[in-house]
Design a protein around this ligand. Sequence first.
Ligand code: NAP
Ligand code: SF4
Length: 690
Amino acid sequence: MQQVAKPNIKGFIMTTSYANILKPLHLGFTTIKNRVVMGSMHTGLEDRFYNYPKLAAYFGERAKGGVGLIITGGISPNRQGWLLPAGGTMNHIGDIAPHRLVTHAVHKHGAKILMQILHAGRYGYQPFVVSASPIKSPISMFKPRQMSDKLILETIQDYADTASLAKKAGYDGVEIMGSEGYLLNQFLSRHVNQREDRWGGPIENRMRFAVEIVKAIREKVGEKFIICFRLSMLDLVHEGNTMHEVITIAQALEKAGITLLNTGIGWHEARIPTIVTSVPRAAFVDYTAEVKKHVTVPVIASNRINMPETAEEILAAGKADMVQMARPLLADAFWVNKTATNRVDEINTCIACNQACLDHSFQNKRASCLVNPRAAHETELVYIKTKKPKKIAVVGGGVAGMSAATIAAERGHDVTLFEALNDVGGQFNLAKVVPGKEEFHETIRYFKVQIEKTGVDLRLNTKVNREQLEREGFDEVVVATGVIPRGLKIEESDAPQVLSYAEVLRGAPVGHSVAVIGAGGIGFDVSEFLLKPENQPQPQPLSDWMREWGIDPNPDYMTEGGFVPAEVEPPIRQIYLMQRKTTPLGIGLGKTSGWVHRAQLKKHAVRMMRGVQYKAVTNEGLWVESNGHDQLLRVDTIVVCAGQESVKDLMPKEGELTLANYHIIGGAKLAGELDAKRAIREGAELAAKL
Ligand code: NAP
Ligand code: SF4
C-alpha cells in the first residue's frame, strides 16, 4: 500500500497507512490478527483472585481496542519465584478459575493472550529467594540461596506444570520471562552465574536451564500452544552477555521449541536508562534486528515504541515481525483501532514518565496511567453519557482543566473552556522544552484534538471573573486555574538577575554561572535545560544519547553487557542546585526515573548543595549559609524553583451564595503536591460525576 504523508498538529510528518502494523501474523496453528503486542506490565491486580474481574475489564478493553496479542503481568511458577510475598502464582488447578475471566474477556474481541511466567530469582522481595549463585542484588534486601541441581530440575517441572495450567485456563500460550535481570537472566549471564557445574561456566551451560524449561513446556503442552521467550538482547550490566552469546541462546531456544522471541533490554539494576522519557524512541531496535538475522521464529521489538510511525518504520524495515508496547496501551486502550482508522492524532500518547505505572508497581500500589486514569480502573472510573446535559464552565486550560472539559463534553455536557493565555497546555508547555521531555508535546496535541472532537467551546485569551460566569448562566464551574511560581523572600530578590523557572523555560537569557534554588522536579528539569547546548537538536539524536550513556552502538557488540566508556561533553554552565533540607537532593523524584536525573546532573558536574539557607542577592552573586558558614556564590543568574502557589480567586468563600456549583481541581486546589498525575485524575473523576 502506498504511504501518503500529511503534517500533524505538531508539524511532524505522519504516514496515513500502517499496512505492516495491521498485517496478520500466521503461526501455522493459529493467527494473530495484527503485529501489535501488549507487553507484560505488572498492574498489581494479578496477585489477588478477587481482583480478576477488574483485570479482565482492563485486558478486555485493550482487546476491544484492537491489539493482536496480550501478555499478562508476571505469574510465578512457585513460591521461590515470587516478586513480592504471596504474589500471583499458578501451580494448582484451583488457581485457574479467575484466569478464565481474563482469557474470556480477551478472546471475545478476537485477540490472543499469553500468560507470562516470571520467576523473580534474586529480584524477589521476600525471604525465599534463590538464584544461580548466592549474590545479593542491589535492588533487594534479601540474599538469595544458590539453587541446587535438584531444585533446578524441580523448577523446570514447575514451569511446565504452570504452562499446562495456563493452557487449561484458556491462554493461547505463555511467555517465559528471561530478561530484565530475573531468574533466567541471572543464569544466562556471568554477572550472577558463577557456578562451575553443568548450569554455569560457558554459555552452553548457562543457557541450559532456560532451554530445558522450553523443552519441558513444549513436551507438556504440545505443538499448538505459543511459547514466547523474552530474551535480554542487551544486558547493560558488567559481565553481561555479548551479542554472540545472545544469538547462541536465541538459536538454542528456537531449536528447543519457542514460537516467538521477544526483546528485553537492560537489567532492572542497570544504571543506563532503557524506558524513561529521555530514551530516544525505538533506541534499541537494532539489537533486536541483529538477533532476527540469526533465527527463523518471529521476533518482537520493544522499548520506547509509542506511536504508529515508529512501529510502522520498524516493521517496514524488516527489523522485527511484531512490536511490543505495554505503557502505550495503558495510555490508550484503543491505540490499534485509532491507527487502523487513520485517527492517529487521537491517540493518547504514553509520555514514558513511569509516574503512575512502574512507580506505582515499585511502591506496591495498583498501576494506572498519568495521561489515562482509567487504566486498570475500568470498572471504577466510567464515563457514562449524561441524560441531563448541563452548561459547564471550566476555567484554566492546563491538563486538569482539559481533562475535565473534554470528558464532560464527551459525556454530553455543554462545556466552555476559558484560558487566559493564547494557548492551552499550562505547565506542560514549560515541561515540553526540557531536554528529554519532548513527549509532553503529544499530551497537548491529544487534548487539543479532544477539545475539537468533543465540541468544547474553547475561549483563549479570556480571563473570566465570577460576574461573567454567573451572567452566562453556567450550572457548574470547574476552577482549574493552576499555579504561579513561588517567589524568593530575601534581600534584593527582585533584582533582574533573579528569574522564575517559568521565565527561564520561556527563554529568558541566563548567564554562565547559575544558582538554582529548590531541588524538586522542576529544579532538576531547569538544571538539565540549562545544560543543553544551544545548538543541540531536540529530541537528542540517538548516537549522541548512546555516547553520553556509554552504550556500545554496534548491534553485533563484542563488549560484555554492551558497555563502552561514556563520553560526556564539558558542561556549558556551572550550576549550583540547592535546597534547605539536609536530605540528599532528588530523593522525592520518581522511583524509576529519579536516578536518571541525578546521574545526568552528576555527569555534568552540577554542584549539589543541601542544608542551605538563602541570605541575600547582591551584584556579586548569592549569599548563602552552608555548613554554618556564610558563603558567596559568584553567579550571574539565580533561578527560583521553590515550588508554587495556588491560584484560586474564583472560588467562592465559605457560605457565599452563587448561582452555579463551584469545584476546584489540580494545582489550584493544592499546589503543595502539584503534579500532573493528580491533576488529570481529578479532572477525569470530577467530569465523570457531573
Ligand atoms: P517541589 O517538588 O515541591 O520542590 C520545591 C523545591 O523548592 C524543594 O526543593 C524545596 O526544598 C524548595 N522550596 C520550597 N519552598 C521554598 C521557599 N519558600 N524558599 C526556597 N525554597 C523552597 O516543587 P517543584 O519542583 O516545583 O515541582 C512541582 C511538582 O511538579 C512536583 O511535585 C512533581 O510532581 C512535578 N514534577 C515532577 C518532575 C519529575 O519527577 N521529574 C519534574 C517536574 C515537575 P527545601 O524546602 O528543602 O528548600
Ligand atoms: Fe506512560 Fe506515564 Fe502512563 Fe506510564 S504513567 S503508561 S509512562 S504515560
